[in-house]
Design a protein around this ligand. Structure first.
Ligand SMILES: [Zn+2]
Length: 62
């Protein structure tokens, strides 16, 4: 389940329910809508791409 904080718009994934924002600590958490979920997935995809080289380098060291 993906949640978003209404105060700081921090988007995060949690299993089960959560009431408090892990970023700002406000109790203003709601489920992310489809648009926000897609945006979150996009950011994670970009993050993966930019870190692929780094991950490959780490593999070489076993
Ligand atoms: Zn927050």
């Amino acid at each position: 389940m993906i949640y978003v904080c209404e105060k700081c718009h921090f988007t995060f994934e949690r299993v089960g329910s959560i009431e408090q924002c892990p970023d700002c600590g406000k109790m203003s958490i709601r489920q992310a809508n489809e648009e926000e979920v897609n945006k979150d997935l996009q950011i994670k995809d970009e993050f993966r791409k930019t870190n692929l080289l780094f991950v490959d380098q780490r593999k070489e060291h076993g």
